[in-house]
Design a binder for this molecule. Structure first.
Ligand code: ATR
Length: 283
């Protein structure tokens, strides 16, 4: 590397994006591996999005994460979109390669990797998912690829759950999907894995999503929310003897997959995890 070589430029594109934990995680990984790179927050207003994308390569940007509100709308603005990202309808990682913008989705992969790291295998399991937004879509499509016995989805807006289930059936005709019209209809007592893929629990006055009576020992409970680290949902589950996990592991693994797409380097897991933990403790 030449002494004056300009550092590579990475970041997270969003609006607002100031609360992201990604800068801490990725900067720690670059520094640890001795990669001259900076990871910044690209807070871009909707009316500036096109200009940002057009100028990204000329500005020397090598890659970026995509967060709220651009994960879906960016798809039509990229030069290439991976089959996974197209399936889910969302991009969270863009790599700039020879001036072309290439989009990928690492959220679902990150979720599955975190389950695996916890020794949880979705194969032949009965799984209940609450939520039908972007996060739920990523989780459901990656779970569908893991051959569960049944995947049941409940969402406050029932039409959104029905739409997601239809879409899943279309792409995975051999998997049993079910749309539940209530939490009760999910049949959590008969399930192996329960996932909160809504934003409920982020605020202290949020409602209790699932009544205590539904939790049972042997149920693995995952909350995609990671701030607070222990939501009412997880607290109640733990109280009933369930194994639980929050969404920090998914955040870590999706970041690791993004890092590998950008740099081709094996991401330093412990370094990124420690940086995430430090950043969240400060948040
Ligand atoms: P994300 O990208 O985090 O998935 P999203 O696409 O806006 O964000 O989806 C938010 C999810 O949280 C949705 O499933 C939403 O339910 P609706 O589709 O009915 O809006 C769910 N959600 C948010 N607030 C909720 C609440 N108070 N009660 C139940 N579900 C809620």
């Amino acid at each position: 590397m030449e002494a004056h070589e300009t550092p590579a430029l990475y970041g997270v594109l969003g609006y607002p994006a100031s609360h992201s934990l990604s800068p801490a995680m990725h900067q720690a990984a670059f520094d640890h591996l001795g990669i001259r790179a900076g990871y910044h927050i690209f807070e871009v207003r909707p009316d500036e999005l096109n200009a940002f994308l057009t100028d990204a390569s000329a500005r020397g940007i090598s890659g970026f994460n995509v967060t709220i509100p651009y994960k879906e709308q960016i798809i039509s603005l990229l030069d290439y979109v991976s089959p996974d990202a197209r399936l889910v309808g969302a991009v969270n990682t863009v790599k700039v390669r020879s001036g072309r913008l290439e989009g990928f989705s690492t959220d679902g992969q990150g979720f599955i990797a975190d389950l695996a790291a916890r020794g949880v295998d979705p194969v032949k399991k009965k799984i209940c998912v609450i939520g039908a937004g972007g996060a739920s879509r990523s989780v459901c499509f990656s779970l569908a690829q893991s051959a569960p016995r049944e995947l049941a989805v409940f969402n406050r807006d029932i039409r959104k759950a029905a739409h997601l289930v239809d879409h899943l059936r279309e792409h995975f005709p051999s998997i049993a999907f079910r749309q539940a019209d209530s939490v009760d209809a999910l049949d959590i007592p008969g399930a192996d894995i329960l996932i909160n893929a809504t934003s409920v629990g982020m605020k202290s006055d949020d409602p209790q999503l699932v009544e205590e009576r539904f939790f049972h020992e042997g149920l693995f409970v995952y909350d995609l929310v990671y701030a607070p680290a222990r939501t009412k949902f997880l607290e109640t589950a733990e109280g009933k003897g369930c194994r639980t996990a929050n969404g920090l592991g998914m955040l870590l693994f999706q970041g690791m997959f993004s890092f590998e797409i950008w740099t081709g380097h094996k991401p330093p897991k412990e370094i990124m995890e420690a940086a995430l933990n430090r950043a969240i403790a400060k948040a």
